[in-house]
Design a protein around this ligand. Structure first.
Ligand code: C5P
Length: 232
C-alpha cells in the first residue's frame, strides 16, 4: 500500500456511515472505523465495508495482557482489515504478541501500528497520572522505537512528529497522521494541525482526515482536494 488519504468515519451507526459513503459514487476511499461505530454495529460493519471494496483501518487501540491481545488480533485479522492498532504503552511483549496474532493462515497480515501517547495526554498528566518523568516528545520517540523493535509497521502520530519519527525509526516505518486541516478551515478541537500539502512535505505516509471531509458540504470534492494536495 502506498501513500493514501484515510477518511475517519466517526459516525454513530452503519446507516449514517453508508449514507455518507454513498455520496462517493463509484469511489471507494480508505476508511477508519473507531470504537464507537465498531461497538455499535459489531464486525458486520467491517465485513460490509470490505465487501463494498473499501480498505479499512480498524482503530480499536488494543491494550491488555499479551495473550489476550494476541487472540483478539487473530479475530480481527480474519475480518480482512488493512490496518490495526494497539497502545505502545502495553509493552514490547504485548506488541510482539499482537503482531503474532495478526498473521493469517496464508501468512499475510494487516499492517500493525502503535499509538505512542494519546494527543489528549499532556506533560502534566504524563508526570502526575502516568508517573513518567520525561518530556512527552522524548516519550513519543522512545515508544516509537519500542514499536519498531517489536516489529510493528509504524505509529499514529502528529504530522509535526512525522519527520522525527522517520529520522529515528527509518523512512520505511509508517507515520499515520491525524490532525489535518485545510488552510482556510476551522481547526475544531485539534491543536497541532497541518494541511495535506504540508503533511506531504513532512513525509507522512497516510493522513487521517475526519471532519474536513465528513462535515463538508461536498465530501467528495473535499476528499479529492486532500488527494490532490497530499498525493498529487
Ligand atoms: O475530524 P478530525 O479530522 O479531527 O478526525 C481525526 C480522527 O483521528 C478522529 O477519528 C480522531 O479520533 C483520530 N485521532 C486524532 N488524534 C490522535 C489519534 C487519533 O485525531 N492522536
Amino acid at each position: 500500500m502506498g501513500k493514501d488519504v484515510i477518511i475517519a468515519c466517526d459516525f454513530a451507526s452503519a446507516e449514517d456511515t453508508f449514507a455518507f459513503l454513498d455520496r462517493f459514487g463509484e469511489r471507494r476511499p480508505f476508511v477508519k472505523i473507531g470504537m464507537e461505530l465498531f461497538y455499535a454495529e459489531g464486525p458486520d460493519i467491517v465485513r460490509e465495508l470490505k465487501a463494498r471494496g473499501h480498505k479499512v483501518f480498524l482503530d480499536l487501540k488494543l491494550h491488555d495482557i499479551p495473550n489476550t491481545v494476541k487472540k483478539a488480533m487473530n479475530v480481527l485479522s480474519r475480518l480482512d482489515v488493512d490496518i490495526c492498532n494497539l497502545h505502545a504503552g502495553g509493552t514490547k511483549a504485548m506488541m510482539k504478541a499482537g503482531l503474532e496474532g495478526l498473521v493469517r493462515e496464508d501468512g499475510t497480515r494487516p499492517l500493525l501500528i502503535a499509538v505512542t501517547q494519546l494527543t489528549s495526554t499532556n506533560q502534566e498528566a504524563l508526570e502526575n497520572d502516568l508517573l513518567i518523568k520525561r518530556p512527552i516528545e522524548e516519550v513519543v520517540m522512545e515508544y516509537a522505537k519500542n514499536a519498531k523493535d517489536a516489529g510493528l509497521d509504524g505509529v499514529v502520530c502528529s504530522p509535526l512528529e512525522a519527520e522525527a519519527v522517520h529520522d529515528v525509526c527509518g523512512k520505511s516505518f509508517l507515520t499515520v497522521t491525524p490532525g489535518i486541516r485545510f488552510a482556510d478551515a476551522a481547526a475544531d478541537d485539534q491543536k497541532r494541525i497541518m494541511t495535506p500539502a504540508d503533511a506531504k512535505k513532512a513525509g507522512s505516509d497516510y493522513i487521517v482526515v475526519g471532519r474536513p471531509v465528513t462535515a463538508a458540504k461536498d465530501p467528495l470534492a473535499a476528499y479529492e482536494r486532500c488527494l490532490l494536495d497530499f498525493i498529487g
